[in-house]
Design a protein around this ligand. Structure first.
Ligand SMILES: [Zn+2]
Ligand SMILES: [Zn+2]
Length: 165
């Protein structure tokens, strides 16, 4: 099951699709793939030495999308250092502005270890733009349109669309 939300601006027709994504590297860590989280692509993960989840966030100040990458302890199969992970993603990603978080998981005492991020996070759920420092968001209903900056993005109902045809 893939959750895909589409937002549309009535003013200019701009469309944005919010989707659950995953990222993974090939065997020798020379290629980085970001793709939809589908059963088919999940199969590729078992062979990958480094993978995790990916999300797109939006910075209203820069008017740019920023991708966040999250790596978990058990998805870092080659035990790369945090620095190696951050460098690899930044080197091979198409965009140069990324937020990379490495979840350390639990330590030997079963306590949660804090996650390490390539950019400072003040609170767990809040992320800030690496360029301007503004708070960034996932695209949401009623958000100002990134294209025309006049209209608002409204969620498009998939069911209603089928009914209209
Ligand atoms: Zn920004
Ligand atoms: Zn617009």
């Amino acid at each position: 099951m893939v959750v895909v939300d589409t937002y549309i601006c009535k003013e200019c027709g701009y469309k944005y699709t919010n989707k659950a994504e995953i990222f993974y590297f090939n065997d020798n860590l020379t290629e980085l793939e970001v793709t939809l989280k589908l059963a088919l692509t999940l199969r590729n993960l078992s062979k990958s030495p480094l993978y995790g989840s990916a999300h797109e966030k939006y910075c209203p100040q820069c008017n740019e999308y920023i991708r966040t990458y999250t790596v978990y302890k058990n998805t870092n199969k080659k035990n790369l250092s945090n620095e190696e992970i951050i460098n690899k993603i930044n080197e091979l990603s198409k965009r140069k502005t990324n937020i990379i978080t490495i979840e350390e998981g639990k330590n030997n005492n079963g306590e949660n270890k804090p996650s390490v991020s390539s950019y400072m996070k003040v609170k767990k759920e809040e992320e800030y733009c690496p360029v301007c420092g503004e708070k960034i968001y996932a695209v949401y209903n009623d958000m100002k349109c990134p294209k025309c900056r006049k209209g608002k993005l409204n969620i498009e109902c998939g069911v209603c669309k089928i009914d209209r045809k």
